[in-house]
Write a protein that binds this ligand. Structure first.
Ligand code: ZN
Length: 458
């Protein structure tokens, strides 16, 4: 990695903004996200949208807005031993308000820890299942003494809205490049915030090039999942203009770059990112699309299938600091942010250079249009093709954490929903997902029962 002055400077600026945003307690709705967007709009002229609680967006409904003022746990000796003001991760995100005195065994039902990483606080959420809880490090958990604990979560769930930010740079043409990041994570740096500060820096840079750009650029600062679903639901007329897209997250750690391809697999954005990574002569990882992860799940859902990939450093879930208090300001470094900025810029400039030259051939590798189906093949059609259906309210998605077997089945559910376009068979999905066919069949039966997919006969 050899950074030129411009990229180093970008890394410094990005890190500074991250320091400013890090302490804020964000969520999928509420004042933390508003405050974050307000700070971002000091750097770029962000359009801020509010979508009211109760609004339907495809299969989902905008939830009540969540805000929190304070939270703590007082030990039997009266000393505060867990304090929200020390870390926004201490509270189960979206906790309902509570104030009572309870014995230790009752409190333990609401404490979340990571026994295998006893020094860190886990990040946990419960957006759609009413609950309350505290997240602490496991060492502290082991030292808790018997007795009565005073617990307070001074939070509020009320009618309000979901807030997101959008910045559009008009190029010479209407065709768009979508750059999407998420602003819903509280104090976490590499996951979420690194993508946000990268988006701001790129937006600043591209707005100076405005007169010269062929493509128009759309930056989205949205809460993950529900925000992407909301934007897609409210902007269906704009979707056909999106020619390329990237989801930005996990871009500030020391790992080498990782590209998760779009579902199309061989679109211009896929080829462009891969060629930039090859040209860098540095090692990198290439990953085929899979229907878990971030907002690429929604952009690449059956009903949209947009060419949106994700260029990261170490992928979410693959670094031990992920979703813990160790994903902090020490974990992310200016130089890595700067390096990722330079790679993104190269991708963008290459897209610009090749504007109008690329002849697309959809190369979705499991498409089987001309292939005959075997006697035992099953083909399903997703009846909710635009974004994911809300599985939680149908009782088929984990609330906070699930058993291993359930997780495999959940994965199977996601694969079937994402690839059941009426053409791919379960056997095709088995090949690319590497999930046991029996688990896939079990999941597809469940999805049929819930009227989310139906079997089609070719
Ligand atoms: Zn995350």
């Amino acid at each position: 990695m050899c950074l030129i002055q411009k990229d180093l400077q970008a890394g410094k600026t990005m890190y500074k903004l991250m320091e400013q945003l890090y302490p804020i307690c964000r969520s999928i709705t509420g004042n933390g996200t508003r405050k974050t967007l307000k700070i971002i709009s000091e750097y770029i002229p962000l359009m801020i949208h509010e979508v009211a609680t109760g609004t339907n967006v495809f299969d989902w409904t905008i939830p009540k807005e969540w805000n929190i003022k304070d939270a703590y746990v007082k030990a039997p000796n009266g000393k505060k031993i867990i304090e929200f003001k020390n870390s926004s991760l201490h509270v189960l995100n979206y906790s309902v308000p509570v104030h009572k005195i309870i014995p230790l065994n009752e409190l333990k039902k609401h404490l979340f820890t990571l026994p295998k990483q006893p020094d860190v606080i886990p990040y946990k959420t419960s957006y759609y299942a009413k609950n309350w809880g505290f997240c602490i490090n496991h060492n502290q958990f082991l030292k808790l003494e018997n007795g009565n604990y005073e617990i307070l979560i001074d939070s509020e769930l009320k009618k309000g809205g979901l807030t997101y930010g959008e910045y559009y740079i008009k190029g010479k043409f209407e065709e768009e490049v979508l750059l999407s990041c998420y602003v819903c994570h509280p104090s976490l740096c590499n996951d979420s915030l690194s993508g946000v500060v990268l988006a701001v820096e790129l937006a600043k840079y591209l707005s100076c090039l405005k007169q010269k750009l062929n493509y128009s650029f759309r930056f989205l600062f949205i809460p993950e999942t529900i925000g992407a679903i909301t934007w897609l639901a409210h902007n269906q007329q704009k979707i056909k203009k999106i020619k390329h897209g990237l989801v930005m997250t996990c871009v500030g750690d020391s790992g080498s770059l990782t590209y998760k391809k779009s579902k199309q697999g061989n679109s211009e954005i896929d080829q462009t990112v891969i060629s930039v990574l090859k040209d860098s002569k540095e090692s990198f990882n290439l990953i085929d699309f899979f229907p878990l992860g971030s907002d690429e799940r929604q952009y690449c859902s059956v009903g949209f299938d947009l060419p949106v990939g994700s260029l990261m450093r170490t992928m979410y879930g693959k670094f031990p600091e992920y979703h813990t208090s160790a994903d902090d300001l020490n974990f992310v470094k200016e130089e890595f942010l700067g390096d990722t900025f330079s790679k993104y810029l190269k991708v963008i400039l290459k897209l610009e250079e090749n504007y109008g030259k690329f002849t697309s051939k959809n190369n979705n590798k499991i498409i089987r249009k001309n292939k005959k189906l075997g006697k035992n093949d099953h083909v399903f059609l997703n009846l909710y093709p635009k974004c994911e259906p809300q599985l939680g309210r149908r009782g088929i998605y984990h609330k906070i954490a699930g058993q291993n077997q359930d997780l495999v089945k959940e994965e199977a559910i996601m694969w079937i929903l994402s690839f059941s376009d009426g053409i791919n068979s379960i056997q095709d999905i088995e090949k690319i997902s590497k999930i046991d066919i029996n688990v896939l069949m079990e999941a597809s039966i469940l999805l049929c029962e819930k009227n989310l997919i139906k079997e089609v006969t070719n």
